[in-house]
Design a protein around this ligand. Structure first.
Ligand code: GLU
Length: 472
């Protein structure tokens, strides 16, 4: 039988990065062993499922590039199939109609709690044969009352559950829709899933599902329950800890490969290697190597990994994504240096493409204001002469290249008997409006000749004003 994994999100919100990690593990395991990967949308809860969320799942999966061989399947399209199986189970006695009202169930619960027992359905409708007027019944699974279920988990090893702790769970609601436990079992079996890899919040559900599988005479898949991702404070990763929606990471200028690289390391390792390409992950990943203890999410580490990927990424991919960032910022890149040159200059200093776009705006937009602190510090009256001399040197430069610009700064600095930085930094403030940029010669080349000269003139005018204003 072909190895087959599936990712089965419920479309009730954004695609959480914890879910993406689960999907990644499923995908990697299938890809590593030449298997198939299935996407199944678990939308049986008609009230909480939304089209918006389905779109978020599909777009998120497309962005991170976790391609599926089958699907997306939608459980909402399979209701007749679940009803058919439920009818068979009613007929063979492995399931029964339950007519208990919410009031009766509540009273049962209160009595059990009063007796110090764990609240659970006591199976009182198991032997009932007559319907009750005016009550649409649910269908309950007849869970074995004795014995144990052993989940032989690929991450946690064998975990034993006592059937006496499980009750007869509802498999079909009164409105004819299936519950999660039921549809998951039927779908996994119908699509011949061999490995169920999912979050360990589902571990306690597994013995119930195994009992249904046994009752139906189906083949039990292998299970792997992967630990949750925690925030840095040790609680379950949520919006309180920052962005958890995978598409927000795209907006913030993370690379999909970097995000996957970061996520795979949450619970899985290969020696002390931190940076993995997609192909390397596929080659090395094994679900059996996933660590059963929970991993903590670190935004700093993600940023670091993103930077490593930015340094190594294909320049065409980076250009495309950088263009998206400029567009979001409303920056028109028609006038200015080619994006590839910008990336060459900035890739070592930006942890995200958003940061790259934000720190390089002056290559495309007018610098109308110079940072007050930087100008006060670096555009001093004493700089006027060297800066003017440099301006005149630069005006002669053709072609406009970093090496020639560097030589011009060197020559003027030597003439004026100041060091390179004493001229380079005022020049940087003049052409970028701030005090941080890539190497000054490269920056000035990227800003372009006309723009650079114009901006130096504006800085000189500022210095003049300062001279006449303060008299110093
Ligand atoms: N739909 C379930 C969830 O989103 C996943 C169930 C499963 O993987 O079995 O948690």
């Amino acid at each position: 039988m072909t190895l087959k994994t599936r990712f089965a999100p419920s479309p009730t919100g954004d695609l959480h990065i914890g879910s993406v990690r689960t999907a990644l593990f499923c995908w990697l395991y299938a890809r590593r062993f030449g298997g198939q990967f299935v996407l199944r949308v678990e939308d049986t809860d008609r009230e909480r499922s939304t089209q918006e969320s389905i779109d978020a799942i599909l777009n998120g999966m497309a962005w991170v590039g976790l391609d599926y061989d089958e699907g997306p399947y939608f459980q909402s399209e399979r209701f007749p199939r679940y009803r058919e199986v439920a009818a068979n189970m009613l007929a063979d006695g492995s399931a029964y109609h339950c007519y208990c009202t919410p009031e009766e169930l509540e009273a049962m619960r209160a009595e059990q709690i009063a007796r110090g027992e764990n609240p659970r359905y006591d199976g009182r409708c198991r032997e009932r044969r007559e319907p009750r007027d005016g009550i649409e019944p649910v269908v309950r699974f007849k869970n074995p009352r004795e014995g144990v279920v052993i989940v032989d988990d690929m991450v946690r090893g064998p975990v034993e559950f006592d059937n006496s702790g499980l009750d007869d769970l509802i498999i079909m609601r009164a409105d004819g829709t299936p519950t999660y436990h039921f549809s998951v079992v039927i779908d996994d079996s119908d699509s011949e899933i061999t490995h169920v890899i999912r979050g360990d919040d589902h571990l306690n559900n597994t013995p119930r599902q195994i009992n249904i599988i046994e009752a139906l005479g189906l083949t039990r898949p292998q299970y792997a329950h992967v630990p949750m991702i925690l925030g840095e404070d040790g609680s379950r990763l949520s919006k309180r800890h920052g962005a958890v929606n995978v598409l927000e990471y795209r907006e913030q200028g993370y690379l999909a490969d970097a995000l996957l690289n970061y996520l795979v390391r949450l619970g899985w390792s290969h020696g002390d290697q931190e940076i993995f390409s997609r192909d390397e992950m596929i080659r090395l990943f094994d679900i059996e190597d996933v660590n059963p203890s929970a991993a903590r999410f670190s935004p700093e580490k993600l940023a670091w990994i993103n930077q490593q990927h930015i340094m190594a990424a294909d320049i065409d991919i980076l250009s495309e994504q950088l263009a998206v960032q400029y567009k979001r910022m409303g920056i028109d890149t028609q006038q200015g240096p080619p994006l590839k040159a910008v990336i060459d200059a900035f890739r070592e200093r930006a942890t995200t493409l958003e940061e790259m776009a934000e720190s390089s705006w002056y290559l495309f937009d007018d610098v109308t204001e110079i940072d007050a602190k930087a100008s006060k510090k670096h555009l001093r009256p004493a700089v006027k002469e060297p800066l003017l001399a440099l301006r005149n040197h630069l005006a002669e430069q053709d072609p406009w290249e970093a090496s020639a610009i560097h030589a011009a700064i060197d020559a003027v600095a030597a003439d004026c008997e100041i060091n390179f930085g004493k001229l380079g930094q005022p020049l940087r403030v003049a052409v970028t409006g701030g005090s941080v940029s890539p190497p000054i010669d490269i920056t000035v080349e990227l800003v372009g000749k006309d723009r650079s000269l114009e901006r130096i003139d504006r800085a000189l005018a500022y210095i003049d004003k300062r001279i006449s204003g303060s008299g110093s």
